[in-house]
Design a protein around this ligand. Structure first.
Ligand code: HEM
Length: 509
C-alpha cells in the first residue's frame, strides 16, 4: 500500500515536472509568435480555471475568448493543446489548405476500448481503414440511388411518428421524444429493417438503453483526457462505464447480425432484403484498399456508429426547430401556410414535394445556423505539424472548429442571434450547408464532413413539415412565446436545456 502511494506521488511529481517544462516550451513558442495566441495558461492546469463553469456552454466561453485572442486561438486544457478555429476565414484556411493534415481525430479516453476503434468511421484516423469505410458509406448508404430506394422506409417511419403524435393529441407532450423515436427507428430500418423501439422486443429496448448510456458517459467531461497521469486510474470511471455499455450494445448488435446471417442462408438471392446490413454482409472489397470482407466486429461498430451519429443530431435539430417556431409565431404561421397551400389537407408531406417548400427548408437551415447540434464539429487532430494562417500547429494538437460561433459571427450575419429563415430564401445569395460556404458549416467541411448530409437534408424537412402540416401546436403549461426558456445544455449534442413541451392539436380545415 505504502509503495502504491509512493508510486502515485512519484508519478505525479514526474508528470508535474514534465507539464511545467512543456508549458514553458509552449509559452516560448507563443512569445516567438509561432503558436496561435490565447489566454495565459497556468502551470499544469493550463486554462482549465478560466473555463471552469463553462461545461454547459463551452462554445459560448470559447467564442468570448476568441473575441479577445483571435479566430485561431490556443487553449491549454491540462496538458492537451487545443486550437480553436472561430471564423469563416480561419475555417476556409483549415479546410482548403490543410484538410488532409488536420483530418485526424482526437480520441478521448471514453472511446478507448478493445473493439471500438476497429472498424470505426467516426473515430478512425485519416488513413486506409477510414477511406474504405467512408467510400462505402458515401456510395452505398448516402448516395442518391440508395436513398431513393429507401424512400418508402422513411415515409413509413414518419407515418408512425404522426400516429404517436395523434395518440397524444390534446395533451402536453415532450416534443423531442417524438423525433427521437422516429430517428432511432429510421436508423434501425435503414440498418436492419427493424423498428427497434416499436417492436416491444426486449432486445430492442436493451440496445436502446446501452446506446443511450454510452452517449451519456461519453459526453461527460473527463479529467483523464486532460491529465494523462490519471489515465490508468480512470478516476471518474468514465472509460470503464462507457466501454461496459459499448460492449453490451455490441452484444445486441451481434444478435441482430447472427439472426440475419441465418435468415440469409434460407433465402434465394431475389428474396434477400437490401438494407445496410446486407450491403455490409455482401461487401467483397472495393479493389482499392482495405479488407475483402467485413468482420462481425467491424459490422457491429458501423451499426453502432450510425445510431450514435444519427439519432441525437436529428432529434436536437428538430426539437430546436419546433422551439424556434413556437418562440417566433410569425415564422410558424408562414411555414404552416406554405405547407397547407402546397400539400392538401389530409395528404402526406412527401419527399418529392420538398422542392416546393422553400420556407420550410429555410427554417431547417436557420435552425442549424443558430443551433448546430455539434457546435465544435467532431474534434479533429493535427496528424503532422503545419502552419495555419502563419501560426505553428504542433503535431497531435486537438482542433475544435466553433461552428456555433461562426454561424453567429456579426461580421457575416445581420442580427446574428435572431431567428430569421428569410435570410436563406434568396437562392442566389444564401449560403448552403454543403461545406463550401465557410460561414455556415453545421455538417463540417472537407474530408471529414458528415457523410449523411444527403439523408439529413431529406429527413429533417420531411419530419418537421409533417408534424406542422398535420397539427397545430400550443406551448405547454400556459407558457407564452416570449417567455420560453431557450437555454442550451451541452451533452453529446447541443440540446435544449429545458425539453420543449407542447400540445398537438390535429389540423382540419
Ligand atoms: C442534423 C443532422 C446531422 C448533422 C448536423 C451532422 C453533423 C455532423 C458533423 C458536424 C460531423 C463531423 C464533421 C467533422 O468532423 O468535420 C459529422 C460526422 C459524421 N456524421 Fe453526421 N450529422 C447529422 C446527421 C447524421 C446522420 C443521420 C448520420 C448517420 C445515419 C450521420 C453520420 C455521421 C458519421 C458516420 C460521421 C463521421 C464522418 C467521419 O469521421 O468521416 N450524421 N456529422
Amino acid at each position: 500500500m505504502d509503495y502504491e502511494i509512493a508510486g502515485i506521488v512519484v508519478a505525479l511529481l514526474l508528470w508535474a515536472a514534465w507539464a511545467v517544462s512543456t508549458e514553458r516550451r509552449h509559452r516560448q513558442l507563443e512569445e516567438l509568435g509561432r503558436l496561435p495566441p490565447g489566454p495565459r495558461p497556468w502551470p499544469v492546469v493550463g486554462n482549465m480555471f478560466q473555463l471552469a463553469g463553462s461545461t454547459s456552454a463551452p462554445h459560448r466561453s470559447f467564442a468570448e475568448l476568441a473575441g479577445k485572442h483571435g479566430a485561431v486561438m490556443t487553449l491549454r486544457l491540462g496538458s492537451m493543446t487545443t486550437v480553436v478555429v472561430s471564423s469563416d476565414e480561419a475555417a476556409r484556411a483549415m479546410f482548403k489548405q490543410h484538410d488532409a493534415v488536420l483530418a485526424g481525430r482526437k480520441i478521448y479516453e471514453s472511446m478507448k476500448g478493445d473493439v471500438a476503434n476497429e472498424g470505426s468511421l467516426i473515430t478512425a484516423q485519416y488513413g486506409p481503414q477510414w477511406r474504405t469505410l467512408r467510400r462505402l458509406c458515401t456510395a452505398e448508404f448516402f448516395a442518391a440511388a440508395p436513398l431513393d430506394a429507401m424512400r418508402g422506409v422513411r415515409a413509413r417511419c414518419i407515418r408512425q411518428m404522426l400516429q404517436c403524435v395523434r395518440d397524444s393529441a390534446g395533451a402536453e407532450a415532450d416534443v423531442g421524444r417524438f423525433f427521437f423515436v422516429m430517428a432511432f427507428n429510421l436508423i434501425g430500418n435503414l440498418m436492419f429493417s427493424k423498428d427497434v423501439l416499436n417492436s416491444g422486443s426486449e432486445r430492442g429496448a436493451k440496445f436502446f438503453y446501452h446506446t443511450g448510456k454510452t452517449m451519456e458517459f461519453a459526453a461527460k467531461p473527463n479529467m483523464a483526457d486532460y491529465f494523462p497521469v490519471l489515465r490508468w486510474a480512470d478516476p471518474q470511471r468514465i472509460r470503464r462505464r462507457t466501454q461496459f455499455h459499448v460492449k453490451r450494445a455490441f452484444d445486441v448488435a451481434g444478435e441482430f447480425l447472427r439472426e440475419r446471417m441465418s435468415e440469409r442462408e434460407e433465402l434465394d438471392e431475389e428474396e434477400k432484403k437490401k438494407d445496410y446490413l446486407d450491403v455490409l454482409l455482401e461487401y467483397r472489397g472495393d479493389g482499392v484498399e482495405g479488407p475483402a470482407v467485413f468482420s462481425s466486429t467491424i459490422i457491429n461498430v458501423i451499426v453502432f456508429e450510425m445510431f450514435t451519429a444519427g439519432t441525437d443530431t436529428t432529434t436536437s435539430t428538430l426539437e430546436w426547430a419546433m422551439a424556434e417556431l413556437l418562440h417566433n409565431p410569425n415564422a410558424l404561421q408562414k411555414v404552416q401556410t406554405e405547407l397547407r397551400t402546397v400539400i392538401g389537407t389530409g395528404e402526406e408531406v412527401q419527399e418529392e414535394k420538398l422542392e416546393e417548400l422553400p420556407y420550410l427548408k429555410a427554417v431547417i437551415k436557420e435552425t442549424l445556423r443558430l443551433h448546430p447540434p455539434l457546435p465544435f464539429l467532431v474534434p479533429h487532430k493535427a496528424m503532422e505539424s503545419c502552419k495555419l494562417l502563419g501560426f505553428h500547429i504542433p503535431k497531435e494538437t486537438q482542433i475544435l472548429v466553433n461552428a456555433w460561433a461562426i454561424g453567429r459571427d456579426p461580421k457575416k450575419w445581420k442580427d446574428p442571434h435572431e431567428f430569421k429563415p428569410e435570410r436563406f430564401m434568396d437562392p442566389n445569395t444564401a449560403p448552403d450547408y454543403k461545406g463550401h460556404h465557410y460561414e455556415f458549416i453545421p455538417f463540417g467541411s472537407g474530408r471529414r464532413m458528415c457523410p449523411a448530409l444527403p439523408l439529413a437534408a431529406r429527413v429533417l424537412p420531411l419530419a418537421l413539415g409533417s408534424v406542422l402540416h398535420s397539427f397545430d401546436w400550443v406551448l405547454g403549461g400556459g407558457v407564452k412565446a416570449a417567455e420560453m426558456d431557450m437555454s442550451e445544455r451541452m451533452g453529446i449534442t447541443l440540446r435544449k436545456a429545458v425539453p420543449l413541451r407542447a400540445i398537438p392539436i390535429p389540423y382540419s380545415k
